[in-house]
Design a protein around this ligand. Structure first.
Ligand SMILES: [Zn+2]
Length: 319
């Protein structure tokens, strides 16, 4: 795919991929793996690569195992995804699947996604099979962070935390998707090393308009030319994106103010940034960035988004 593509066909995290593939080649892969990282960091892709390698060490793409896997009909492979909580019946399904012997492959492979959402009941029901796994079984668990998974499950797994990719790798992949250089630069910085979220934004046709609108609103509130409460009304409708965009803007302002050689993530909107900095000195940029962290906590604690954003917008407007 690109010069950063490692030999195992997975971008970045070479040491983790190398260790896991080595485990497969030498027959010493742990029975239970826990892959962690934020949404879009490649957990699902890596689990798919591992399954492929377990089913066909040569990754030939032609044998019965490869073909059935590619068509999503391999009888020795089970993927359990969930939109909400991962419940007891799904845990039972997984246990039953892993307990049977493989059909055509050497292993049974089950992937259980979003283990941060396992109910305690479901998690507990998995303990026994993970403690004493059937020999020809591999269970791949994924989660956003090991801190959010039941400790008893973590202690029975080999944990691999996927690291964010460098800006360079993400820019390079985006340029292969024919993304203009200034947009690739922004997405690489804004996605904070998570390729999946950069690619998702690429598909969102209105994103660039919303981002331009957000930049204009920030600039005008800081210059006291816009009613802050009108903007907070817009922002609370898409709280996460608004906060991410605002933080990236404030970080660019602060970094530019303390380091003249810094290249902003939002460099394509340099003139808007410049005007924002005229009205917002370094100490205010820093205070607002700190305040954004507080806003994030309050949103997570389910405070009223309307009130939270009103306070934020007023803080920006105040001199
Ligand atoms: Zn094959």
């Amino acid at each position: 795919m690109s010069k950063f593509n490692n030999p195992k066909g997975f971008l970045g995290n070479e040491r983790i991929v190398g260790a896991l593939f080595h485990g497969i080649n030498t027959g010493r892969l742990a029975n239970t793996l826990l892959l962690t990282g934020p949404a879009g960091s490649g957990k699902k892709t890596l689990a798919a690569h591992l399954t492929q390698k377990l089913f066909c060490p040569d990754l030939c793409q032609r044998c019965a195992n490869c073909t059935m896997l590619a068509r999503g009909i391999h009888p020795d492979y089970l993927l359990i995804t969930s939109d909400g909580m991962v419940k007891l019946d799904q845990a039972r399904q997984l246990k039953e699947f892993l307990s049977a012997s493989p059909n055509t492959a050497t292993y049974k492979v089950a992937v259980l996604e979003d283990c941060q959402n396992l109910t305690v009941e479901a998690g507990n029901s998995l303990l026994k099979i993970l403690e004493d796994p059937p020999p020809a079984s591999v269970c791949i668990l994924t989660a956003d962070s090991a801190d959010n998974v039941l400790l008893t499950l973590v202690s029975r797994s080999q944990v691999y935390a996927l690291a964010p990719l460098s800006k360079e790798v993400i820019s390079c992949v985006l340029e292969e998707h024919k993304v203009p250089e200034h947009r690739a630069w922004f997405l690489a910085g804004f996605s904070q090393g998570v390729l999946g979220s950069a690619l998702k934004l690429l598909e969102d046709k209105d994103f660039w308009l919303r981002r331009q609108q957000m930049a204009t609103e920030i600039q005008e509130i800081l210059a006291q030319r816009r009613d802050p409460l009108l903007s907070s009304d817009n922002w609370q409708a898409q709280p996460k994106e608004a906060l991410d965009l605002l933080e990236s803007w404030l970080r660019d302002m602060l970094m530019s103010q303390i380091n003249p050689a810094y290249i902003p993530v939002n460099k394509d909107l340099q003139s808007n940034l410049d005007e924002s900095m005229v009205h917002c000195p370094e100490d205010k940029s820093l205070a607002l960035l700190d305040y954004c962290a507080l806003v994030r906590e309050r949103l997570q604690a389910r405070c009223n988004p309307r009130l939270v954003f009103d306070c934020l917008a007023l803080k920006m407007w105040e001199v």
